[in-house]
Design a binder for this molecule. Structure first.
Ligand SMILES: [Zn+2]
Ligand SMILES: [Zn+2]
Length: 245
């Protein structure tokens, strides 16, 4: 399975990191997880292309995870693609309806299916996936793809989420800010290191994502904060970088 980070940034631009999105590919299956601002362009830059994306899996409804959803729908319509499935947490149906209420000329342009999922196993784009509620300011789901990868979405660091990823090759985890930023709903590196260590989760590599501009130039220091408690392999995710899991 290949995971390509399309956007490893957040709601505040850094210039190098677009908002949240990643693509999971395996054989002829392709799934986009989250679709923040810039992800439509990243899909083209990555070579995956928006024509290949017929299913989008949303972690939650914050703008930095959904801003390019209707632009993706419109691009697919203009390219002659006839359908799109959106899968996400409770409230996704109303959310998509509301978006189309604002941009009503897009209604009915493609066959749009919307499906809501929760803390259970489900299938999307041919992948077997499990959902897990994170700790964020709005309902938000982390997603696990077998023993390959867990995408932790937006979340504070806590043992439950670290354990949800136990046995995976990769855990992609929110690490929005360095230690000196006081924040709720996202972890600091020290908090993340402690949660990983306390959980005793066995994950091959933790990839840090959802990076605010505050983290620029401070990666070494952030890694040291995590390593103070956790001795596993930790790296920073980068836009347009792929990993095999
Ligand atoms: Zn969020
Ligand atoms: Zn976010």
């Amino acid at each position: 399975m290949r995971v390509t980070f399309l956007g490893t940034g957040s709601a505040m631009p850094t210039g190098e990191r677009y908002q949240t999105g990643l693509v999971v590919e395996d054989d002829d299956r392709t799934l986009l997880v989250d679709c923040g601002s810039g992800i439509l362009h990243r899909l083209q830059q990555s070579g995956v292309g928006y024509e290949a994306i017929s299913t989008v899996l949303l972690t939650h409804h914050h703008l930095d995870h959904v801003a390019d959803l209707l632009p993706l729908l419109k691009a697919r319509w203009l390219a002659g693609e006839d359908h799109l499935e959106v899968v996400g947490p409770a409230g996704t149906k109303d959310f998509v309806d509301d978006l189309l209420g604002v941009h009503d000329y897009l209604e009915g342009r493609v066959d749009l299916q919307v499906r809501e999922v929760g803390e259970h196993g489900f299938e999307a784009a041919g992948f077997e996936i499990e959902g897990f509620e994170t700790r964020h300011s709005v309902p938000c789901l982390a997603y696990r793809f077998g023993d390959a990868v867990t995408f932790g979405a937006d979340s504070e660091a806590f043992e439950g989420l670290a354990n949800f990823a136990d046995g995976c090759s990769a855990l992609v985890h929110d690490c929005s800010f360095p230690d000196d930023v006081d924040v709720d709903n996202h972890p600091t590196p020290t908090q993340l290191g402690r949660a990983l260590a306390d959980s005793e989760t066995r994950v091959e590599t933790v990839f840090l994502t959802h990076l605010y501009p505050h983290t620029d130039g401070r990666h070494e220091e952030m890694l040291q904060s995590i390593e103070a408690a956790y001795d596993g392999d930790v790296r920073f995710a980068e836009d347009l970088r792929s990993i095999e899991v």
